[in-house]
Design a protein around this ligand. Structure first.
Ligand SMILES: Nc1ncnc2c1ncn2[C@@H]1O[C@H](COP(=O)(O)OP(=O)(O)OP(=O)(O)O)[C@@H](O)[C@H]1O
Ligand SMILES: [Mg+2]
Length: 251
């Protein structure tokens, strides 16, 4: 037996070498961080919930033609994905004012936006993930104009689909963060959706009550973090796939 090779350990996930070339294993940890890792905690069960929720969302997106890295789930905390060359951008799409849009620009949290806004942030923890424009992105070769166009089109499509999917189960998709990567076919590359989509990376509000069902519960010390992630899984109809320890511990 040989131990598989760890490629990278991030704040929420660990990447291991996959069984075939061009694949990697994403292991979802229970660790939670916020405010550029100044606030940290372990939330038991978060990794299992996010693994399953991200699998569900990536599979649904794949079915409508949004190409993404998900291949299959391997275990409670692990999924096999296509290895990509990560584009060093956090792509944020917003439907309602919240978070940094409220604080930075003095806008009222909860105000609906007249149209969805897409923002780019440079993935660089040392710099605090600064916001960048398309001109910065092309000037410093983080992505090409064509790649930015593809990213924008895919992001708006993902937003439309996820807004409808969550809306149908009484959840308002306020905003979300996604990451993209390149896959190479000979000398050509294509941009696909990577990383994860989960309550760690989305703002999800209960449409009826306005209750937050996402990582803001952790950021703002609102309590019931895992219960809220589990509520998202329950509404999506995937709570039945969870191990009994998670189901039993929550309901
Ligand atoms: N398919 C993929 N191929 C290669 N890398 C990926 C893929 N999907 C996600 N990643 C990268 O794997 C890492 C996942 O770990 P995690 O989310 O814990 O990172 P993080 O702490 O948020 O830090 P950062 O994203 O700044 O590296 C991220 O760096 C992400 O960009
Ligand atoms: Mg991350």
């Amino acid at each position: 037996m040989t131990r598989r090779k760890k490629l990278y350990e991030g704040k929420a996930k660990i990447l291991y070498e996959g069984p075939e070339p061009g694949t990697i294993i994403q292991y979802f940890k229970d660790d939670a961080t916020a405010f550029n890792a100044q606030k940290k905690a372990t939330l038991e069960g978060k990794g299992v919930l996010n693994n399953k929720i991200s699998e569900f969302i990536m599979t649904r997106l794949g079915a409508i033609g949004v190409t993404n890295h998900f291949i299959r789930r391997l275990s409670l905390r692990e999924q096999l994905v296509r290895e990509v060359e990560i584009i060093p951008l956090e792509v944020v799409c917003r439907n309602i004012v919240a978070g940094s849009l409220a604080t930075r620009l003095g806008q009222e949290e909860g105000a609906p936006l007249p149209r969805s806004i897409v923002e780019f942030y440079l993935k660089d923890d040392k710099l605090g993930d600064p916001m960048v424009t398309e001109e910065h992105i092309t000037a410093f070769n983080w992505a090409t104009t064509q790649e930015i166009d593809d990213i924008l089109a895919m992001t708006l499509r993902i937003n439309d689909f996820l807004s409808g999917m969550f809306g149908a189960v009484g959840i308002t998709l306020v905003d979300f963060k996604i990451e993209f990567g390149r896959v190479w076919e000979g000398e050509f590359s294509r941009v696909i959706l990577a990383d994860e989509i989960s309550p760690d990376s989305c703002r999800l509000w209960d449409t009826a009550t306005g209750n937050k069902l996402d990582k803001d519960r952790f950021r703002r010390d609102l309590g019931d973090v895992i219960e809220s992630y589990a509520e998202v899984a329950r509404r999506l109809g995937i709570m039945k796939d969870m191990p009994t320890v998670i189901q039993g511990g929550l309901h």
